[in-house]
Design a protein around this ligand. Structure first.
Ligand code: SAJ
Length: 440
């Protein structure tokens, strides 16, 4: 099968698709292509997930609007099936790869899952099939990792025995299906014709722009867009530290700065968590590892953002000492353990860093989070006898907090606000000592 024949099969929706890795990216993508009318096979290593999916149930935690119904419909219509066996991929014309691409504690990408998927796929890949990596990868990964592994596994050559593309995903927990349908995507092909074929394929599920390009551009776009956000947040955090030292109010400064055209100062805060923003800058930086490129701003921005949970600890320690208390034997209530407001996702949570350091000091820590298993419960009873409260996440639930009741429960009315969630005047009126990040 050559690319023209594959293109025709895609246009007739006769192309048989596969998705390797049925996680929070792969599963919705598989379901959307099945809903569009394709026969989709999902390959997933975890048998319990395969079983659940083949029963039409979503194994994905959290509230994902539209996913459960979508899955139930396409599995019921027998257009989506899951398996643990790579052998079943032999008749697939297009194979999407959606496996994890983490970076380790030394900020080096760990491609075990990606290498494993490619090494298993090569020997069973149908001649002339199109392989598309959707995972976020460091620039040059397509040419230095994916291509060699597929050439070896297929004993074939690119753009004749197989075709290869990179189409980075742009999903977000809580909006998996909506983001996949609506956000634009970059289709990086191993040839212009491959990129065009990718656009024709994704047009079946994507309403946003589909921009054909090459591998390196696709790899750069995804890692750059998240590095951009990380650097912007770090800038806001650094301005917050300057404002604290000068008696300024970064929240007011930001509001007035953003009145200037072409300014978009981001939100300072208690830290930067999640599965994308803390990781993708390191993937970008790794794209030029070993090359003589002076990469400074991006790593420094990571350092600034990673320091913010510790800055929260400093603000807390100072507030306690001013009240004649010692952090070492204080009891502290931490509000929010998720990495993002109104989410149950705790990956790379700034709160985890703060709690670990507080406990290392001997502080007694109580953590509340209305969305995270294990941290739910009655906030006021958790506040009883605490010497301070630290707001780490701006969950909507906290806006309705009865401040008088909170003050009555606390041993000392100290509140450190890492997300400018509360109006300080209201807190002072309620008798609190307030410290807000970015306010001197
Ligand atoms: N944060 C700040 N200040 C800000 C924005 C975020 O401190 O101005 C913190 C958040 O509290 C959180 C972390 O950064 O701890 C990440 O927040 P996020 O809003 O970037 O949410 P994510 O991690 O889910 O980012 C995703 C990304 N989407 C993809 O990778 C496909 C990101 O590119 C999007 O910009 C972001 O969602 C979004 O805009 O919602």
């Amino acid at each position: 099968m050559d690319l023209r024949e594959l293109r025709e099969k895609i246009d007739r929706k006769e192309a048989r698709l596969a998705v390797i890795g049925l996680g929070y990216v792969g599963l919705p993508v598989a379901a959307l292509f099945a809903e569009a009318g394709f026969d989709v096979l999902g390959v997933e290593l975890r048998p319990e997930r395969v079983e659940k999916i083949n029963a039409g149930q979503s194994p994905i935690e959290g509230d994902e609007p539209g996913l459960a119904e979508l899955l139930d419909a396409v599995v019921g219509a027998r257009r989506l099936r899951a398996t643990t066996s790579y052998e079943d991929l032999r008749d697939r014309d297009v194979v999407l790869i959606d496996v994890e691409t983490p970076v380790d504690e030394t900020h080096v990408p760990r491609y075990q899952a990606l290498r494993g998927a490619l090494a298993s796929l090569g020997p069973v890949l149908k001649k002339g099939a199109l392989v598309i990596i959707e995972s976020t990868i460091a620039p040059r990964t397509m040419s230095t990792v994916a291509l060699p592994l597929l050439e070896k596994g297929t004993s074939g050559r690119l753009n004749s025995d197989f075709y290869l593309g990179n189409c980075p995903e742009r999903v977000m927990p809580g909006k998996l299906v909506a983001n996949l349908r609506n956000l634009s995507r970059v289709a990086g092909g191993g040839s212009p014709e491959t990129a065009e074929t990718m656009v024709a394929l994704y047009r079946n599920i994507v309403r946003g722009d589909l921009d054909p390009t090459d591998w390196i551009t696709a790899e750069l776009v995804k890692t750059v867009e998240n590095s951009y956000r990380d650097v912007q947040i770090a800038f806001a955090n650094e301005v917050a530290l300057i404002c604290e030292a000068l008696g300024g109010d970064v929240w007011k400064v930001r509001e007035l700065v953003n009145k200037t055209p072409a300014r978009n100062m981001h939100l300072p805060g208690a830290g930067v968590g999640g599965h994308c923003i803390p990781k993708d800058p390191w993937l970008l930086v790794n794209g030029v590892r070993g090359m003589d490129v002076p990469v400074r701003v991006i790593p420094q921005a990571r350092a600034v953002n990673d320091s913010m949970p510790l800055h929260m600890l400093d603000l807390l320690q100072t507030a306690l000492e001013k009240a004649g208390k010692s952090i070492y034997d204080a009891r502290v209530l931490v509000l929010g353990y998720a990495y993002l407001e109104n989410s149950d996702d705790t990956r790379n949570s700034p709160s985890e860093v703060l709690v670990r350091h507080l406990e290392a000091l001997g502080t007694e820590v109580v953590v509340h989070d209305p969305y995270v298993e294990g941290y739910q419960g009655d906030l006021l009873s958790m506040a009883r006898g605490c010497d301070a409260v630290v707001v780490m996440v701006s969950h909507r639930d906290y806006r309705a907090l009865d401040l008088a009741a909170l003050k009555a429960a606390l041993a000392s009315p100290i509140l450190v606000d890492g997300r400018n969630l509360f109006d300080p005047d209201q807190l002072v009126k309620a008798g609190f000592t307030v410290v807000t990040v970015g306010k001197g």
